[in-house]
Design a protein around this ligand. Structure first.
Ligand SMILES: NC(=O)c1ccc[n+]([C@@H]2O[C@H](COP(=O)([O-])OP(=O)(O)OC[C@H]3O[C@@H](n4cnc5c(N)ncnc54)[C@H](O)[C@@H]3O)[C@@H](O)[C@H]2O)c1
Length: 273
């Protein structure tokens, strides 16, 4: 998909970070934007910014893990703006801790948001995209955790590996039907957003602002949400399934070599080279 002007984009988790940058980039590309998030205040400020960019906007406060709420969002967004050509299933949360430290309820909530949130988005929006029969693209947000298991990340890794599996299967299912709908898995490395606040010891996120430059100091691997959005649009234009924001080559190669050699997994900090 190469032409975006006049078309409709849907973004979940649009209130902050990567989702917010994607929504703003859609508006800059001349698209109407249907934005969903759990936080109404974030949606209000986003809506103002999208309006200033001249975009038609529809916002909905919803929990992506709620299938009925997603179906309702799809119906109202399509009635207000039209059927989407771009769908970003982006909302997600991060939780850290030893594998055995999480209660079942915590597993259920992160699986509901990170995995079923993607499933709900696909189920709610894809039928209308198929019916329209025009060029469209779905981007599901995975992570480096879709590729690599790290200590303390069992919940996140489990969900993001599931998103990778779902997204690869979606790609195959659509390719088998020869429809003009592309699919991408977005695998960001470290991005300065509210989700990384805990990891960086920052007290409160600034969801409506690009991270201050001083936060980047000493964090050479962290990139901004706007850089991720540029990378995503480049990937969509090129029709790429894998959208990596950082070079994971060295890590992927080491991991695959170890696997094929029958060696047990080891973990060292991901080297982005
Ligand atoms: N920031 C990173 O370093 C990084 C790296 C890899 C992947 N990701 C992924 O990128 C995506 C976006 O994360 P981000 O870093 O921009 O985080 P963020 O916290 O800045 O933004 C996420 C947004 O999703 C919303 N959200 C959370 N739960 C929701 C729910 N149940 N329903 C609807 N909205 C909900 C939040 O309110 C927030 O506005 C996530 O899927 C995350 O896993 C982030």
């Amino acid at each position: 998909m190469e032409d975006f002007g006049g078309k409709v984009a849907v973004v979940t988790g649009a209130g902050s970070g990567i989702g917010r940058a994607l929504a703003l980039q859609c508006a800059r590309e001349g698209m109407a934007v249907a934005a969903a998030d759990l936080h109404e205040g974030r949606l209000d400020s986003l809506s103002g910014e999208l309006g200033e960019l001249g975009a038609r906007v529809f916002t909905a406060r919803l929990d992506v893990s709620d299938a009925d709420a997603m179906t309702d969002f799809a119906a109202r967004a399509s009635a207000g703006l039209g059927a989407p050509s771009l769908l970003f299933n982006n909302a997600g949360i991060l939780r850290l801790g030893d594998t055995w430290s999480h209660a079942v309820g915590d597993w259920q909530s992160i699986l509901g948001i990170n995995v079923l949130g993607v499933v709900n988005g696909v189920n709610a929006f894809l039928p209308a995209m198929l019916e329209a029969g025009t060029a469209a693209h779905i981007v599901n947000t995975g992570s480096v955790g879709s590729l690599v298991a790290a200590p303390g990340m069992a919940q996140y890794t489990a969900t993001k590996m599931a998103v990778r599996g779902i997204t690869e299967c979606l790609h195959h299912d659509l390719a088998a039907r020869d429809v003009p709908i592309g699919v991408s898995l977005l695998c960001p490395g470290p991005v300065l957003t509210a989700i990384s606040d805990d990891l960086m010891g920052i007290e409160s996120g600034a969801p409506d602002a690009d991270p201050a430059e001083h936060l980047m100091a000493g964090q050479p691997d962290f990139i901004t949400p706007a850089e991720v959005a540029n990378c995503v649009f480049e990937g969509i234009r090129a029709g790429r399934f894998w959208i990596f924001t950082h070079p994971f080559n060295g890590y992927l190669k080491d991991m695959t070599d170890a696997m094929l050699a029958g060696n047990n997994p080891t973990y060292s900090e991901v080297a982005f080279d």
